[in-house]
Design a protein around this ligand. Sequence first.
Ligand code: AVJ
Length: 329
Amino acid sequence: MMEPILEGAVEVHSYLGPGDERTLADDVLDGLTRPLKELPPKHLYDARGSQLFDAICELPEYYPTRTERLILETHADDIVARTGAVELVELGSGSATKTRVLLDAMAAAGTLGRYVPVDVSATTVHSVAELFCDEYRGLSVYGVVGDFERHLAHLPPPAGPRLVPFLGGTIGNFPPGSRRRFLRGLGKVLGSGGHLLLGTDLVKDPRVIEAAYNDSAGVTAQFNLNLLHVINRELGANFDVDAFEHVAFFDRQREWIEMRLLATEPQRVRLEALDLEVEFAAREELRTEISAKFTIERLRGDLAAAGLDLVELYTDPDELFAVSLARCA
Ligand code: AVJ
């Protein structure tokens, strides 16, 4: 394994190796050569995609981000008191504002000991590590550069009761089977006495959900279409981005949002890096994301199937979003 980089109380370990860069090519080859074309949502987040996502979070129609933040602000002290958390493990460390709410509550309770950011971007890990090290006196930071879907085994043993937030509703991106598998993996890193803090969007009036993914400013459409720019740039492809339209709808049976890109006319796309040509028929769609919405029963069921007990569920007055606390059964 790579040498730890020591910066005072900050320690960063990297677990990414050669071959970790190949996922876009693999996913595109896999996803575009199937009868129902599909790509995993993680490739939406290049630099521009991340900016567009930040803009989505500020949109009037997009309620999840501000609702979750409100829930956390309201209940952070209770969460810290109930869990006795001394250590915060952050999976995908993009969300510094939400993290701060929890770290502040831990600091106020006098229990803040260690912060463990996990992210695929070494730059992100180093910058949040330094930021929080400066901001919180006496905090020690153990950074992990790696993919939280593959490198959780490399987390250090808990330094005390551990809190593992997985916020934003990102768990909704996993289809049901892998969702439970992922949750089971999270259960293993909690250790005895640790808690998972899970953010999930809730099932509600489909019009409210659909509006959040079809905003009037068209930012979500830009975010979705940006995926084709990513593929054009990274894989030398020639998608005619203007010949695709953003589609998002709530699947009432499966209780999830689907985002798709619809080809408005037939086209043949060449992907230089894969030496591949892909045909799109007129009106053919490419699925780019599912985002599951939960009922309390489904949440409890998924947690139970992963060996976790729901201990507390915090929500907002309109029951738009939930933040739940779970521990190993
Ligand atoms: C980051 C996965 C929680 O599903 O609401 C926002 C991503 N996609 N608008 C979500 C997203 C379209 C977001 N998650």
